[in-house]
Design a protein around this ligand. Structure first.
Ligand SMILES: Nc1ncnc2c1ncn2[C@@H]1O[C@H](COP(=O)(O)OP(=O)(O)O)[C@@H](O)[C@H]1O
Ligand SMILES: [Mg+2]
Length: 279
């Protein structure tokens, strides 16, 4: 079966993150990046990126190929160490920390190419993720995994996959794999979710449903979401704010309306087969 927005359901009414307060713009940002620089053998991939993501907010990082989006992302999630600049989570400086430490600090990530365990059932993937999060021993395996069943089902419910719980993950349609990957990320109870092209490879209708779901989850779990995306429909339809990069620098930022009207943002896309007009 295909999951649609109609079956996706609202976000899980689970406990909110204690360290994230009201979600208002005056509160401490979930993520604050200041003056980030990263070069590769003379290629200045990122040159002074600064941005903030607030609780409950969807921030899109866009720009032409080679703009420095992935490098920025990887500096934020710990896969790369920036040459200079800082990355703070809820006011705590985590610059240069390893991905594992950031994950422990409440950063979750989904990948452009989905990474799930295809030999497990759908719910089994989540039970494993919850076990890892809880730091529980896998022995005895059956009992440990059963203990996570209710929490796993609640997460499946949150992403609209509850009816597919017992299916082998290998049989899922592509859009459902992306939903499962999202549920696995939520198992970490993230206060910041990083999504690298979350709708890559999805049909247009599926993209909208996926991003509406992410937006619901961002709001209900007061989770900040930073995402890169090529589909301008997705970006302009679902981001609260947009940061536009070109050649390693921020060339425009603001609400979708502000960025749509920004001459520098428009110019950055000339020569690319993208339109930033609303349909
Ligand atoms: N590991 C790397 N080694 C050398 N150059 C890189 C590496 N990663 C990215 N670059 C270069 O840095 C620039 C920014 O790349 P990237 O961050 O991947 O951009 P985007 O994700 O916006 O397409 C490009 O010129 C790219 O060729
Ligand atoms: Mg990239």
């Amino acid at each position: 079966m295909k999951i649609t927005a109609a079956t996706a359901g609202p976000g899980m009414p689970g406990p909110l993150q204690g360290s994230v307060s009201s979600g208002t713009r005056s509160s401490q940002p979930v993520l604050a990046v200041q003056g980030l620089h990263k070069a590769f053998a003379g290629v200045k991939a990122v040159q002074g990126l600064s941005l903030e993501v607030h609780a409950g907010e969807m921030l899109a990082l866009i720009g032409p190929n080679g703009a420095g989006k992935s490098t920025s992302f990887n500096c934020i999630n710990g896969q790369l160490k920036p040459d200079s600049g800082s990355v703070c989570l809820g006011g705590q400086d985590v610059t240069g920390r390893a991905p594992r430490a950031l994950w422990r600090a409440g950063v979750a990530r989904t990948f452009q190419v989905a990474s799930i365990w295809s030999s497990f059932t759908v719910i089994g993937n989540l039970q494993m993720a919850l076990l890892v999060r809880a730091g529980q021993t896998l022995r005895p395996f059956g009992r440990a995994i059963a203990a996570q069943r209710d929490a796993a089902m609640a997460l499946l419910d949150a992403v609209g996959l509850q009816t597919l719980a017992e299916e082998p993950a290998s049989t899922l349609a592509y859009g459902d794999i992306k939903r499962l990957e999202l549920a696995v990320a939520l198992a970490n109870q993230p206060r910041l979710l990083l999504m690298d092209e979350p709708t890559a490879g999805m049909a247009p209708a599926e993209r909208g449903a996926m991003m509406a779901l992410v937006r619901d989850l961002a709001r209900s779990r007061t989770m900040g979401v930073l995402f890169t995306e090529h589909s301008m429909d997705v970006v302009f339809g679902h981001a609260d704010r947009i940061v536009v990069m070109a050649q390693g620098q921020v060339i425009a930022q603001g609400t979708p309306d502000e960025v749509r009207d920004d001459p520098a943002a428009r110019a950055a896309y000339l020569g690319e087969s993208m339109s930033i007009d609303t349909p």
